[in-house]
Design a protein around this ligand. Structure first.
Ligand code: KOT
Length: 818
């Protein structure tokens, strides 16, 4: 409770006033959506005051600022989170109660701003929360996509993509800032002109198309500290009457083209996770938001600093994967062509300002642009990249004389392609991976040559999540219980949560903890009944895998194991079997046919299993439609088992694994990504680890793979499971799952048979699952394990991650608001 607006009576009055003002209605006449808007305006009113104060404090104290450059910010709903961080959630809930309104229902009116695909975008959102909470000056820089991540519907077991028109009713928390609009230029050509003022040549970009970038600001509320930072996302508008001199007014065709460019550029988020969309429009999106963000950052710096050579003392740009890496050349362009620096000075500033985070080693995600496309779309920027490359190649030659292999492997321009990761590493002053294992793989394998040449740049920053959203908001019962036992410090210092360890053998605490889990399972069961029409038993083990659908994440392994269990129960009806509910949630990229087929398989297995009376409800399979941030919060709270079963070495970190852990669900997983560190924290005996190690997988890969047919030929039960994919058990169309079947057994072109080692890991996965069942039957033992997971999750707060970025990379100053 920090402001007068959250005195209950004043709050109630304000909501009523807003309903009247916005809709000319009385509260009783307003729809829930209208009430949602009215409540948001009341909340925004408080936020705006803090926002102004924060920005004033920044002006006065002039701290260094990080610009977190990201194509994706998967924010999730803002209302509940803002109330939590304003420490006003409970008061507002009561005030609304008194008006006969339910805050949960009102929160449910908000569209999920889904300007991201999955982990990478959600990480950016958690980072903004932590930056504000830790009193650091920060901007998120991104794109205001008209359509975010598609909404998923399941029809007849298939995924259908429905456009996500999140701005349909207006988004209450955004603020349009036309006074900070910037122009961004595409296409055209570069002229060399003699500049009499300097007596040297200058490069002039001509004949381009221009787009106006208009920023929309969203407030990022820190927890209980009055800090409000800004997520600045850029909209595109046609230039029409904006700086008309920059193009030929009379050119009708060009005017139409520019209008189309503006319309298209921010239209939609590319729905690909861990996959490069090599589309011209994607590169346009990248340059669009990068150029606008850099122009704005430099304009802001110049307002109260004279010396552009000291930019790095006040500004740092963190590139969230290679998607914003064109920033390297764009910053060079601005410093040289607009600020008048020479190459060496511009390079010296740029290489102190930009840093790069790598999030994946999946080959298909590596960004490489055809030179033809790049140079046509961004001729001046491309020229600069050529020069960066020329100088870098000279450096390679100096360090490795005569070693042309190094040039081939490390050059930024090679084989007619622009390699964005190479550009990011060459220019960046820091290169980091997102979990210990991932960073080691980068150093030893993927980026070995770069690590050898510039080891000082490389560092690890293990990912984290914000406990404010994923415990305090998402699991209010557990949050209150934790606070009752150890006080509220965990909310801003998650290391405190280890104080729960003293309760893990306390039977009363165990019962309370598991009773909360049960209530959360009842809540999820209700959601599943409403959304899927499937009744699930909240006393069964809730075994959950929610994440993007990708072959490397191995949802296929999970569902094949479900088939295996089903076969076992059918064959031995008398066998001891603890009831289990397998819960899936996953979106597949629209063009990823095999991923979509796996969704269909999950739903087909669900149809058969859920409707087979003979197994007496022992096994249920549920596919939750449209998995997203808002239902994720509820799902984590209700999970008993956290499925983190990627092929070792493939999942850079994972962050869902941390959300499950915090909510008391032990990990069933491979030694991959941050799972390794989860096990370090909680102990191997409090997780269920299986499968090949990253080294073993990489070894196989370097030696041409392995032969799944040996397993198929010798393991009857596995063969039976695979046979059921194509013998009509789950579809009368025996060809429906043929591709999945083949992918496990047959080599296909360049693709190895079972390239994600599903059969190789199957038996060890099944054994780990058996251990889960045994462990769950021991009620006290399980309660202890679940509590230990919560108690050992302290490391995985994004507050810790951000503090490490600040200490090792950004060197920001804290700012306090009086
Ligand atoms: C790559 C290309 C396009 C869109 C997304 C990606 C992407 C996503 N690359 N890595 N990620 C995930 O990033 C998360 C945050 O660091 C990791 O936890 C996760 O393991 C990555 O797969």
């Amino acid at each position: 409770m920090i402001d007068k607006q959250f005195k209950k009576e004043a709050f109630k009055e304000s909501v009523k006033e807003n309903v009247k003002f916005l809709y000319r209605k009385k509260l009783e006449e307003a729809t829930q959506e209208q009430i949602f808007q009215a409540v948001c305006y009341t909340v925004k009113d408080v936020i705006i005051d803090n926002w102004l104060e924060t920005q004033n404090a920044y002006k006065e104290q002039d701290p260094k600022t990080v610009y977190y450059m990201s194509m994706e910010f998967l924010m999730g709903r803002a209302l509940g989170n803002n109330l939590i961080n304003l420490t006003a959630y409970k008061e507002v809930k009561e005030a609304l109660d008194e008006l006969g309104l339910d805050l949960n229902v009102i929160e449910d009116q908000e569209p999920d701003p889904a300007l991201g695909n999955g982990g990478l975008g959600r990480l950016a959102a958690c980072f903004l929360d932590s930056l504000a909470t830790l009193n650091y000056s920060a901007y998120g820089c991104g794109i205001r996509y008209r359509y975010g991540m598609f909404k998923q519907q399941i029809k007849d077991g298939y995924q259908i993509e429905v456009p996500d028109n999140w701005l349909k009713n207006g988004y209450p928390f955004e603020l349009r800032r036309p006074e900070y609009a910037k122009e961004v230029h595409f296409g055209g050509y570069v002229d060399v002109e003699y500049d009499p003022a300097t007596g040297s040549n200058k490069f002039v970009h001509k004949g381009y198309q221009a787009v106006k970038a208009v920023p929309f600001d969203m407030p990022i509320v820190g927890y209980n500290n009055k800090i409000v930072n800004t997520l600045r996302i850029w909209d595109a508008e046609p230039i029409v009457d904006f700086e008309l001199d920059s193009f030929d007014k009379g050119d009708y065709k060009k005017a139409v083209e520019q209008e189309n460019l503006a319309r298209n550029i921010v239209e939609v988020l590319y729905p690909n996770d861990n996959h490069m969309a090599g589309k011209e429009l994607r590169l346009k999106q990248q340059y669009f938001f990068v150029s606008a963000s850099l122009q704005a950052a430099i304009a802001k710096y110049k307002k109260n600093h004279k010396d552009i050579m000291k930019l790095h003392e006040k500004v740092t740009f963190q590139m969230n994967d290679t998607h914003p890496t064109v920033a390297v050349a764009e910053l060079m362009r601005i410093l040289m062509d607009e600020e008048g620096l020479g190459w060496d000075d511009a390079w010296s500033v740029t290489t102190k300002c930009v840093a790069y985070t790598n999030h994946t080693i999946m080959a298909e995600a590596l960004e490489k642009w055809p030179v033809e496309l790049f140079s046509r779309l961004l001729p001046r920027v491309y020229q600069i990249i050529e020069e960066i490359n020329r100088r870098f190649v000279l450096e390679i030659q100096e360090k490795y004389p005569g070693n042309y292999d190094k040039i081939k492997k490390m050059a930024i321009l090679y084989d007619g392609q622009v390699k964005m990761a190479h550009l990011a590493i060459v220019a960046g002053y820091s290169v980091n991976g997102v979990a210990k294992l991932h960073t080691e793989i980068l150093k030893k394998q993927e980026l070995k040559d770069f690590y050898e040449m510039m080891p000082e740049k490389f560092n690890n920053k293990t990912n984290g999540i914000t406990q404010r959203r994923f415990l305090l908001h998402g699991n209010q019962l557990l949050a209150d219980w934790v606070t009752d036992h150890i006080g509220p410090e965990w909310i801003t210092d998650l290391s405190q949560i280890s104080k729960l360890k003293v309760y893990v053998d306390d039977e009363k605490a165990q019962q309370e903890f598991m009773n909360i889990k049960y209530q959360n399972k009842v809540r999820l069961a209700k959601y599943i009944l409403e959304h899927n029409g499937v009744e699930v038993n909240p006393r069964s083990i809730f075994d959950v895998q929610v994440k993007r659908l990708h072959e490397y994440k191995r949802q296929l392994l999970n569902i094949l194991h479900v088939i295996y269990l089903y076969d076992q129960i059918k064959k031995h009806p008398e066998m001891d079997f603890y009831p289990r509910t397998f819960i899936f949630g996953a979106k597949a990229s629209a063009g990823y046919a095999r991923a979509k087929k796996i969704i269909k398989l999950i739903n087909s297995v669900a149809d058969v299993v859920n409707n087979d009376a003979s197994i007496e409800g022992k096994l249920k399979v549920v596919f939750i439609e449209n998995y997203r941030v808002s239902n994720a919060e509820m799902i984590f709270a209700a999970a008993d088992v956290s499925e983190q079963i990627s092929t070792a070495s493939k999942e850079a970190s994972g962050t869902g694994n941390m959300k499950f852990m915090l909510n008391g669900a032990p990990t069933l997983g491979t030694m991959d990504g941050a799972n390794v560190e989860i096990v370090d924290e909680v102990g191997k005996e409090n997780a269920f680890i299986f499968g090949l190690s990253a080294d073993e997988v990489i070894n196989y890969e370097n030696n041409g793979g392995y032969d799944p047919r040996v397993i198929y030929n010798t393991d009857d039960e596995i063969r039976q499971v695979l046979t059921e994919l194509v013998n009509g058990t789950f579809s009368s169309d025996t060809e429906l799952f043929r591709d999945l079947y083949n992918s496990l057994l047959n080599q296909n072109g360049g693709e190895r048979a079972d390239q994600y080692f599903i059969l190789a890991d199957f038996r060890s996965y099944a054994a780990a699952q058996k251990k889960v069942e045994e462990a769950y039957k021991d009620e006290k033992g399980w309660a202890r394990m679940a509590m230990l997971n919560t108690a050992c999750a302290g490391k995985f707060t994004s507050d810790r991650t951000i503090q490490e970025y600040v200490d090792d990379i950004w060197h920001l100053d804290k700012v306090y608001i009086k």
